[in-house]
Design a protein around this ligand. Structure first.
Ligand SMILES: Nc1ncnc2c1ncn2[C@@H]1O[C@H](COP(=O)(O)OP(=O)(O)O)[C@@H](O)[C@H]1O
Ligand SMILES: [Mg+2]
Length: 275
């Protein structure tokens, strides 16, 4: 059931200040968890610890039943994929095809098997027609979709998005958000998304709120985003429309993901009728 178990995890870059301080949390297999918190609160450090890019100073990390240590690190890296913030830093090939192939080459997939895999995953992210394009000529949203295809082609159990939409224009942001949500629908993958987008948080299963290296809340969006007292403490703003839709959801009135005024009015009318 649990696919990530983190206990008493701590990490310091300089041996003095702790970027992550004694953090514990579990994540369920197939769930979609968002992580929010101000810049510098330790979100990316946690992501890097989970994929073994940084070595913890204290505590334990268990992924799919395997303890993250020197012995298991390569097995774990095969299970966890990450998509970073800046799409330009993830490209090295001269075509989209080369870029998706890169990860497969690293995983020693034989050349002859590569093309069908590349085509399958390019299709999944709706980039089939760009396979022979230069990555540099794509929009930000398209670049991130290629990066996602490269990660998915490795068949990870867990995928981490570290602010993968933050450098995109509104259309690109929407594309990727919708894609992440779609990915979640088949529940095969465990998704962790570090984000500043409260609307994305409101549609995830669970939210972790970080502040100054600590987890200060971990729960369902309707619990976390309606906890005004704690949110004010850390000066985190939740738009009224989202609070309203979560409050209605708590009453058993579900509003579709994309909030519109019309739907809100409908929902309020329903609420009146129920009374
Ligand atoms: N490579 C690094 N070297 C030294 N300090 C770092 C490094 N990366 C991050 N930090 C520090 O660690 C803390 C947490 O950073 P980070 O995990 O990147 O936060 P977030 O992703 O929430 O913005 C911050 O104080 C940051 O300045
Ligand atoms: Mg970060």
């Amino acid at each position: 059931m649990e696919c990530i178990k983190v206990k008493d995890l701590a990490y310091s870059y300089d041996g003095e200040n702790y970027a992550v301080k004694n953090v514990s949390f579990n994540i369920k297999r197939g769930s979609y968890t968002t992580i929010i918190g101000h810049n510098g609160s330790g979100k990316s450090t946690i992501a890097k610890l989970l994929i073994g890019l940084l070595e913890k100073n204290q505590g334990s990390i268990e992924i799919e039943g395997l303890e993250l240590n020197m012995e298991n690190i390569y097995k774990i890296r095969n299970k966890v994929g990450i998509v970073f913030q800046n799409p330009d830093n993830q490209f090295i090939g001269s075509t989209v095809r080369d870029d998706i192939a890169f990860g497969l080459e690293n995983h020693c997939v034989p050349q002859i098997q590569m093309d069908p895999i590349i085509e399958e995953f390019a299709k999944k992210v709706n980039m089939s027609e760009f396979l022979d394009s230069e990555p540099g000529h794509l929009s930000g949203g398209q670049k991130q979709r290629v990066a996602i295809a490269g990660v998915l082609a490795m068949h990870p159990d867990i995928i981490i998005f570290d602010e993968s939409t933050s450098m995109l224009d509104p259309q690109g942001k929407d594309e990727i958000k919708r894609f992440i949500y779609q990915l979640h629908q088949n529940k095969q993958l465990t998704i962790i998304s570090i984000t500043h987008d409260i609307e994305e948080v409101s549609v995830s299963d669970d939210v972790i709120v970080m502040n100054d290296g600590n987890i200060i809340m971990h729960g369902k969006p309707e619990e976390v985003l309606l906890n005004d007292k704690k949110l004010i403490d850390i000066k985190l703003d939740v738009p009224f429309s989202i609070k309203l839709s979560l409050a209605l959801a708590k009453q058993g009135i579900k509003i579709e993901k994309q909030l519109s005024l019309e739907k809100v009015v409908d929902a309020i009318c329903q609420l009146d009728l129920k009374k």
